[in-house]
Every structure is written in structure tokens, then in C-alpha cells.
Write a protein that binds this ligand. Structure first.
Ligand SMILES: [Zn+2]
Length: 84
């Protein structure tokens, strides 16, 4: 298991049905979507959940795969250039 519970990266490939580019992966990586907790919007309590850096490779891995519903758009990286 590769550690790292939150991921920031560049999308290098999309799954067949993926439509959006996403570049952030949070701790909660996947849930079942059908249990009582998931249906109530409390996915963090899903007993079948998978977590980044715990049950799936984390942010220090070279590549990661995440369901589109659990990936997040991040704002552009701010410039580190100094003001003129
Ligand atoms: Zn569930």
C-alpha cells in the first residue's frame, strides 16, 4: 500500500464513460452507493467504503484510479511569481 491520504495530480487518462477532468482525490475514495448510509448522503459511514492511502494506493503513488464521483476539480495553481 502506498501512503498519502489526499491526492493532487494531473489526469493522464479517462475511463470509457468519464466526461470530466478531475485532479483531486480525497480520503473517501469509493462507497457502495446502495447501503442505508449512502442513500442518506452519509457515505462516510458506508461499511464498504475504500479510503485513499488505506485501502487504495495514496498520493505518493505514481498513478491512481478514482471513480469520477469521488474526484474533485481543483483551482489552478496560484503563481509563485513576485509582483513587479
Ligand atoms: Zn454504502
Amino acid at each position: 500500500m502506498v501512503p498519502g491520504h489526499e491526492v493532487v495530480g494531473e489526469v493522464v487518462a479517462l475511463g470509457e464513460h468519464a466526461r470530466r477532468f478531475r485532479i483531486g482525490i480525497a480520503w473517501l475514495r469509493r462507497t457502495c452507493g446502495v447501503c442505508r448510509a449512502c442513500r442518506r448522503g452519509r457515505e462516510n459511514l458506508c461499511r464498504a467504503s475504500e479510503c485513499t492511502g488505506w485501502s487504495q494506493d495514496g498520493g505518493f503513488a505514481e498513478y491512481a484510479v478514482v471513480p469520477e464521483a469521488f474526484a474533485y476539480v481543483l483551482p489552478p495553481q496560484p503563481s509563485l511569481a513576485t509582483r513587479p
